[in-house]
Design a protein around this ligand. Structure first.
Ligand SMILES: Cc1cc2nc3c(=O)[nH]c(=O)nc-3n(C[C@H](O)[C@H](O)[C@H](O)COP(=O)(O)OP(=O)(O)OC[C@H]3O[C@@H](n4cnc5c(N)ncnc54)[C@H](O)[C@@H]3O)c2cc1C
Length: 409
């Protein structure tokens, strides 16, 4: 785009899962709308991401409505049940404190494990089919907001003029800083090691979360005899494990995993992500909105970060489509404040829940251990509470945007 100026109604900075799904949702709902997505990564590199994510039932319904799910489904593994344990690393047994049948009241799986590369690939294909302009690899370096439009400057030298700029540029969002939006943020001093394992015995669709003193160790089922690991450790330990010897990594892995899956081997790169909490104090400014991790980065203890981002997408797309259909301005602050009001409480609630869970479980203090295990045991014995937690994990609760219920906007 060197030196040229182009126009779009909505400019999305960041073509990760959240930015791409917003572009698809808008292009699908509003005929003739011009949407441009700018991303640092080449599309082929984005689609080669080897990690996987748990996609809640509500987010799956949105992907179905947007015409994306059918391309993902062959590689999606439903989570059929879940066990939660709480023990020390070298305890001889891992007493099970909580079990969940992984289905909601409607009988659908509360979540599917989906390879990230497949998800991004399917979103890119759908975006292309709907005429979304993908500008990549390129980078937003600055923007300025006028009365009627926003002018976005790219590293390539080009500019884009739009009526609204949406920042979907991740947890360390540069655009959030350019907009002068402050955050509440802290580090947990932990990192999440992510990798894939192949194992001899089937997982039977079971997800496991072992609360260990350094943090949760989760195995999440993928298609075939494979599982995705999200393994939390103190950051210095995680870095040593990821960079160190393969054999040491596998020995430490088996200490946490046990032998119930038979012979196990690491089947992909191992990467450690520093974990923290980041909450934007505002989600919108005139002609500017934050979505996904740019608005909120949370601990992966409940596998809900991306799902929160999908809920942002469903709410923002609905608010913008409603405004555009009656000739409104998608960058007007009163339109954008409708989105902020819709998303603020849910976001702060999820951030608080994940923060408390992580503090409660990532330690080995005897009194805290007793209280949390009584709590887990109680949930296990009360079907009403169990149904509530499964419903929440499936993305239910609160006033749902249409896309999350499977309705078009
Ligand atoms: C260990 C771990 C495990 C997790 N597991 C789960 C899970 O199971 N389920 C779940 O729901 N969530 C999970 N999450 C959270 C999830 O990964 C994030 O919430 C999700 O990636 C956020 O998506 P996003 O599109 O907002 O941001 P990102 O995925 O960070 O994408 C941001 C995009 O913006 C681009 N970009 C950055 N700066 C610029 C710029 N200046 N100009 C243009 N483009 C730019 C980047 O190239 C990137 O493509 C996990 C997180 C961690 C750390």
């Amino acid at each position: 785009m060197t030196g040229s100026e182009q126009h779009a109604d909505v400019v999305v900075a960041g073509g990760g899962y959240v930015g791409l799904s917003l572009a698809v949702a808008l292009a699908d709902a509003v005929p003739g709308i011009a949407v441009a997505v700018i991303d640092l990564r080449r599309p082929a590199d984005a689609a080669a991401d080897l990690r996987a994510s748990a996609i809640a039932a509500a987010a799956r319904r949105m992907l179905e409505t947007l015409g994306v799910w059918s391309a993902i489904e062959p590689d999606a593994q439903p989570i059929l049940d879940m066990v939660v344990t709480d023990s020390r690393l070298d305890d001889v047994t891992r007493p099970v404190f909580l079990t969940f049948d992984g289905r909601t009241e409607d009988g659908e799986p509360f979540a599917h494990m989906v390879p990230n590369g497949r998800l991004v690939g399917a979103l890119l294909d759908r975006a292309a089919a709907l005429g979304v302009r993908i500008v990549a690899p390129d980078r937003v370096t600055d923007f300025s907001v006028g009365d009627d439009d926003v002018r976005v400057t790219l590293a390539s030298g080009g500019t884009l003029r739009g009526r609204l700029l949406v920042a979907a540029d991740g947890v360390r969002s540069r655009l959030r800083a350019f907009a002068g939006i402050r955050t509440a943020s802290w580090s947990y001093g932990q990192s999440g090691i992510v990798t894939t394992i192949a194992h001899e015995r089937p997982h039977d669709g079971r997800a496991e979360e072992h609360f260990l003193p350094a943090g949760p160790f989760a195995t999440l089922p993928l298609t075939g005899n494979r599982s995705s690991l999200v393994w939390t450790e103190r950051t210095e330990v995680a870095d040593r494990l990821v960079r160190g010897d393969d054999m040491v990594f596998e020995v430490e892995l088996i200490r946490r995993l046990g032998h119930h899956l038979g012979e196990v081997r690491v089947d992909g790169p191992r990467v450690a992500y520093p974990l923290g909490l980041t909450l934007a104090r505002d989600f919108v400014k005139p002609r500017f909105a934050l979505v996904g991790d740019a608005a909120h980065g949370i601990h992966p203890i409940a596998g809900q970060g991306l799902n929160l981002g999908f809920r942002d997408v469903a709410a923002l797309a609905e608010v913008l489509a409603d405004a555009l259909r009656i000739g409104g301005d998608p960058g007007a602050i009163d339109v954008l404040e409708g989105y902020e009001r819709w998303r603020r409480f849910d976001t702060w609630q999820m951030a608080a829940v994940t923060d408390v869970l992580n503090r409660l479980f990532s330690n080995d203090l005897a009194p805290v251990r007793i209280v949390r295990d009584v709590g887990l045991g109680l949930v296990d014995r009360l079907p009403v509470l169990k149904r509530y937690f499964i419903g929440e994990a499936a993305g239910g609760g609160g006033a749902q945007p249409k896309l999350l219920t499977g309705a078009a906007i």
